[in-house]
Design a protein. Structure first.
Length: 211
């Protein structure tokens, strides 16, 4: 199971319907933007998860000869990352280790047609998302500390605790995004090989490790 390396580059537009990191997701109308319910000081509300990226599957088809991922449609990743992006007042703060399922979401749409952009805004109407960045995919290693699709987790402790899981998406820290996982860490979306082949995106786990 080789990896697919992800490199991102600032873009001049919102990259509608394309593979992109950050920005706003372009999803079919029938798919809801994932949220987590927050209970704080007696109040309850739904907080949108951070949109991480959307992967247009045709873009990675030539780099995935085993067909481990779909080769058409769109794959979306969301996670409660606001705190790790510098928002120290973020109401949702998942910690180290395995995250509860409500703190992340992987969604797959079989078609890239008839997409609708979900706009996430602050109370003052300004965008609540980071600017979209274009993604370049290339042949990667199955085991390294890069941001990538597929392969195995780079962190030894994660491999030891979850030996049967493989990386679906591995996210390294990035100073340009101000993305910091405590002292030095890495976030992994994980899935078993059998669930990956069965396209069981509801079986994905998420693990945060920091030294």
């Amino acid at each position: 199971m080789e990896g697919i390396k992800i490199q991102t580059h600032p873009a001049d537009d919102a990259l509608f319907g394309q593979s992109k990191w950050w920005g706003e997701p372009d999803m079919p109308e029938e798919l809801d933007y994932p949220e987590v319910t927050v209970c704080e000081d007696g109040d309850t509300w739904d907080d949108p998860l951070t949109f991480v990226c959307q992967i247009r599957c045709e873009d990675i088809a030539s780099l995935d000869p085993e067909g481990l991922l779909p080769h058409e449609g769109m794959l979306y990743f969301f996670a409660a990352l606001d705190y790790y992006l510098g928002d120290i007042d973020a109401p949702t703060f998942p910690g180290m280790g395995l995250w509860r399922p409500e703190y992340f979401k992987v969604i797959y749409a079989p078609s890239c047609n008839d997409l609708h952009t979900h706009h996430i805004v602050n109370e003052d109407g300004t965008s609540a998302t980071l600017p979209a960045e274009a993604i370049t995919f290339s042949v990667g290693k199955a085991y390294d500390d890069s941001t990538r699709l597929l392969g195995i987790p780079y962190i030894e402790e994660v491999r030891e605790e979850l030996p049967d899981m493989r990386s679906l998406l591995q996210i390294d820290e990035n100073d340009r995004w101000n993305l910091i996982f405590h002292d030095c860490g890495m976030l992994n979306f994980l899935i078993s090989p059998s669930d990956l082949l069965a396209r069981r995106w509801d079986k994905v786990s998420c693990y945060l490790f920091s030294f």
